[in-house]
Design a protein around this ligand. Structure first.
Ligand code: TXA
Ligand code: MG
Length: 338
């Protein structure tokens, strides 16, 4: 299959809308990461997503909608979901709510809940409006690889496997949306993202974070979010995270670096001085820049053929929680605490 890449302008969006209506899959930009889109109510089209990504069938998809009115056709909007929609939609918040029959089982991997998100990126909103479809879209990477934050990343992973990619430039946030269970009275964060627990608590009065969000699942433990079962966001290079006082961390990272054939160090900009003379990747000045860069840097390490990424742990506050969640999973929880 030939993969066509077109700008996410009116002509491109029209092409994408036709492709989705014809049951095809399309790579689309969102404010978080690129998604691999298909008509959510067309089970055959949704199967095409799983096939192209090599995604395990037990990992359910997020359904993208324009607004609450469209969400209502797909799911029961609980009072909590309503509150959170009012506060954060459109934007990087996915809500898990009880599903209605309209949503095919292939989308939800047989669960009785569905994950809904109303994205804010103008191109995907235009696509939702023009097609009138609900759009199922996981991140547009091969399963297990870092999520794509540019059309180049989508092409690198899925060229030849999907017919069309809409190029909308680099994604603003760079990390996948916050996934929150909104079936009960209190939101439970299943996957941290740019909408932080503190922001959710400010809107809903309270917020819990599933403890599985920041640690590996134990053997045989049921995953609150099926995606947590699978290794995620990982480049080919092995990642090790080092936590502790700055001087100790730098000494340990230098020692590990010396023992590795082709290593790099990934740290915030203000920590680069501690690693002079080593190959370094800067995550930037603040957590927003770090989120924007993280997956790109992981891919760059692979392109350079690096075998090891040595990263300083980040503070698990605000957006730092989402960054550490992705880093810890990409490292397969190889975390040294000093
Ligand atoms: O930012 C995003 O969320 C991007 C863009 C494209 O919207 N999408 C994305 O999709 O990251 P994906 O498939 O890579 O991640 C979806 C996550 C998975 O961890 C999945 O297990 C979880 O949402 N999920 C989906 N449906 C669920 C459900 N019914 N209950 C619990 N977790 C669910
Ligand atoms: Mg994904």
């Amino acid at each position: 299959m030939e993969t066509t890449r077109v700008p996410a302008d009116q002509a491109g969006i029209l092409l994408a809308s036709k492709a989705l209506k014809a049951g095809l899959t399309v790579g689309v930009p969102t404010e978080t990461v690129y998604g691999l889109a298909a008509d959510a109510l067309n089970a055959e089209a949704v199967r095409g997503i799983f096939l192209a990504k090599g995604r395990p069938a037990d990992n359910p998809l997020i359904v993208h909608v324009l607004d609450r009115a469209q969400a209502e056709g797909l799911a029961v909007i609980t009072p909590l979901a309503q509150t959170l929609m009012d506060a954060f939609w459109p934007g990087p918040l996915t809500l898990v709510v009880p599903k209605k029959d309209a949503v095919p089982d292939v989308v939800t991997a047989g669960l009785d809940t569905v994950a809904l998100r109303s994205p804010s990126h103008p191109a995907v909103r235009e696509l939702l409006a023009r097609s009138g479809l609900a759009i199922a879209a996981p991140s547009a990477n091969r399963s297990g690889a870092p999520s794509p934050t540019t059309a180049d990343h989508v092409m690198a992973d899925l060229q030849g496997l999907i017919p069309l990619v809409l190029d909308g430039g680099p994604c603003e946030v760079g990390l996948e949306s916050t996934v929150a269970d909104a079936t009960g009275l209190v939101p439970v964060v299943l996957r941290p993202g740019a909408v932080t627990p503190a922001m959710l608590a400010a809107a809903a009065g309270e917020c819990l974070v599933a403890n599985s969000a920041m640690r590996p699942l134990e053997k045989g433990e049921a995953a609150p979010s099926p995606g947590l079962r699978h290794r995620h966001y990982a480049p080919k290079a092995r990642i090790t995270l080092v936590k502790g006082p700055g001087d100790k961390v730098a000494a340990r990272i230098r020692a590990l670096y010396g023992a590795e054939a082709k290593a790099c160090v990934m740290v915030m900009e203000d920590r680069l001085d501690a690693y002079q003379g080593l190959r370094t990747f800067s995550l930037g000045k603040d957590m927003y820049q770090a989120a924007h860069r993280l997956f790109t840097l992981m891919r760059q390490a692979d392109e350079e053929g690096l075998s090891r990424i040595l990263a300083e742990a980040l503070p698990e506050e605000g957006l730092g929680l989402a960054l550490m969640n992705r880093l810890a999973r990409a490292a397969d929880f190889d975390i040294l605490s000093l």
